[in-house]
Design a protein around this ligand. Structure first.
Ligand code: TTP
Ligand code: MG
Length: 603
């Protein structure tokens, strides 16, 4: 595949970029058709509640449109095969697979909802240009109007981009069976708007010179992606209905109704100018779900709605894999006085210990779910005065912040990220006791939520820091089940940072002597049982050569290669930066960022 192409930015011309917009054909319907090919030949509608949210192209021949009522659709096509599409799991999975394929061109890919993506192929095009005869570049797919004279070289660049778009579409079809449409242009706006010109399963390129004409064909200003309903309303109030109207209205007039920046931006959009970058999509900053309905006015019904939403949301969070640390509740109240509905939100922090990661999978216990429901209803009570009647038309739940995994320079994760697994001797999972398990409260990522009223945020009490002795006892008092089936954990998922690991090491080093005399107290008895078992499961672990300050349990829990590495270094300490002797502080200094620093003797 191609080399990286995300940094090339020095093209000195008017239209330097090459952007591809991808839109999957009748997305939900295609997922169903790929799963059940017999559906390909019948008119198919995807039903959510009483609406057909999309349909295959066979059904569209009958006049069925997106978001049509089921009753209406059945009138148009009595044979319409309806599939329930309320569970989005498979659609999301398909969307992620397509996104993964798009990433293989190693260009920035920005996901827009579930079935659209932008790819910035600017640098890839530049690379290909170097080995291409510029007089012989062919365009793949359709072109919006015949080309005029070459502009700044952008025609050739966009032609190459159109070839890349073909390759992308072919690869997605070959590997996953999905047909998609593509739009190719020198900016995101035009790429997106030109994309549906030849639907389905085709692609269209537009050259910059045709932007103004093309934009003038759009009937409604609402067709422009960044123009929402409020802006549309304001424009309509000024008799600006079509994009052509917007092209003609003066910026001065617009400035009377919008900020100066917005007025200028609207004018630029109207002629197809847009310089927003393709932003590489990472993990979402919040994961949420909403349910809308006619009216709900009883608390128990609200609770049921939240319960159902929570179950679905937990599936999404499990797929995401990060531990949430903040929860937001949203309501939309029907407000007779305001003659319109509006949303209100409250959010609060939640303890990461409500979640566990076992064998690489995020889970939440039944009691954790109950606690979450308690928190949700507490937030609900803050939003609603239950002494008065209320009428809701929507409830929403979202996890809005997530715990970051510690992958800094000094994190042990650095050493162990390559899918290395260790036995549960290092497992710091919680056992329901937050004081033991909640290791890292400070690492939550900042929220991007705009609806959150942080001043009102309810903060769950922070778990107290564990007392050392308590911690050791609890750590060692593993249940029989834990011991019988030590979980294989990816170390990267333990969320250990260097301090935490130092704490583990320290505690283990402290407990070294006690493990030799395990029956001195009940806690130690438990510790002895656990450590015996751990020694059993750490097969092949042999720490006869370890220096005396090393905890054998910790050592045995490490992967074989790492054990070997350590042993080699202990045999040849001068080359390793390893503490050779406790009494030799100068040689005790471990090299920065080496695993050996986690084995420093306890002082
Ligand atoms: P779209 O891309 O708008 O539609 P589509 O992919 O089904 O059809 P097209 O061939 O015209 O691109 O939306 C993507 C999916 O999003 C669609 O398959 C179903 C879902 N969807 C909703 O859930 N609600 C909606 O209101 C719309 C428009 C789509
Ligand atoms: Mg689509």
């Amino acid at each position: 595949m191609e080399s990286s192409c995300s940094t090339f930015n020095d093209i000195d011309n008017e239209h330097p970029k090459s952007i591809i917009h991808i839109d999957i054909d009748c997305f939900y319907a295609q997922v169903e058709m790929v799963r059940s090919p017999e559906l390909c030949t019948v008119p198919l509608g995807i039903q959510q509640k009483n609406i057909v949210v999309t349909s295959n192209y066979e059904a569209r021949n009958y006049g069925i449109q997106k978001c049509m009522l089921v009753t209406e659709a059945l009138k148009l096509c009595p044979n319409l095969k309806l599939v329930n599409g309320e569970d989005l799991h498979d659609y999301r999975a398909a969307s992620n697979k397509i996104f993964a394929i798009l990433q293989s061109w190693k260009c920035p890919v920005e996901k827009l909802g579930m079935d659209e993506n932008f790819i910035d192929v600017t640098n890839l095009v530049q690379e290909r240009l170097k080995s291409t005869d510029v007089n012989n570049i062919t365009l793949s797919g359709h072109l919006y109007e015949e080309p005029s004279m070459e502009c700044c070289g952008c025609h050739n660049r966009l032609k190459i981009a159109s070839q890349i778009a073909s390759e992308v579409r072919k690869k997605v079809f070959d590997e996953l069976g999905f047909t998609i449409c593509a739009g190719i242009a020198h900016n995101k706006l035009l790429a997106k708007l030109i994309c549906p010109l030849h639907k389905p399963n085709d692609q269209t390129t537009i050259f910059p010179q045709h932007a103004v004409n093309f934009m003038a064909t759009l009937q409604s200003v609402r067709s422009i992606p960044t123009i929402g309903s409020k802006t549309t309303e304001t424009l309509i109030s000024q008799k600006v209905l079509s994009v052509s109207d917007l092209q003609q209205v003066s910026v001065e007039v617009l400035k009377k109704h919008f900020s100066s920046d917005m007025a200028v931006r609207l004018k630029k959009l109207s002629i197809g100018e847009d310089n927003t970058p393709v932003k590489q999509t990472g993990k979402p900053q919040s994961i949420g779900l909403e349910d809308s309905f006619k009216t709900v006015s009883v608390k128990s019904e609200v609770e049921e709605k939240f319960e159902a939403l929570l179950q679905r949301l937990l599936v999404l969070v499990r797929e995401d894999g990060r531990i949430p640390v903040s929860l937001r509740v949203t309501l939309r109240k029907k407000d007779a006085k305001r003659l319109s509905s509006h949303r209100e939100s409250r959010q609060c922090q939640i303890s990461p210990s409500l979640f566990t990661i076992a064998s690489g999978t995020l889970t939440v216990t039944a009691s954790g779910q109950q606690k979450l429901m308690t928190i949700i209803m507490r937030l609900f009570n803050k939003l609603i005065d239950l002494n008065k009647p209320f009428h809701l038309t929507l409830v929403g739940l979202a996890f809005t912040k997530f715990q970051e995994r510690m992958t800094g320079r000094s994190s042990i994760v650095n050493y162990l990220m390559n899918d290395i697994s260790v036995q549960s001797v290092l497992n710091l999972q919680n056992d329901g006791d937050t004081s033991v398990s909640s290791m890292d409260y400070s690492a939550a990522s900042p929220s991007s939520s705009t609806t959150t009223d942080l001043s009102d945020a309810e903060v769950e009490p922070s778990p107290k820091k564990p007392k050392k002795v308590n911690w050791i006892a609890k750590r060692r008092c593993l249940s029989k089940e834990d011991i019988a089936s030590p979980s294989k954990l990816k170390v990267g998922e333990l969320r250990l940072n260097s301090k935490e690991l130092e704490k583990v090491s320290e505690l283990r080093l402290n407990s070294r002597d006690r493990s030799l005399t395990p029956r001195a107290s009940p806690a130690k008895e438990c510790l002895s049982d656990a450590s015996d078992t751990m020694n059993d499961v750490a097969e092949g672990g042999n720490c006869d050569d370890c220096p005396s300050y090393v905890d054998k349990e910790v050592f045995n829990a490490l992967p074989d290669e790492m054990q070997q590495e350590l042993k080699t270094m202990w045999k040849n300490p001068s080359s390793s930066g390893m503490p050779v002797q406790r009494s030799s502080p100068r040689t005790n200094k471990a090299k920065p960022n080496t695993i050996l620093k986690y084995f420093v003797p306890h002082k």
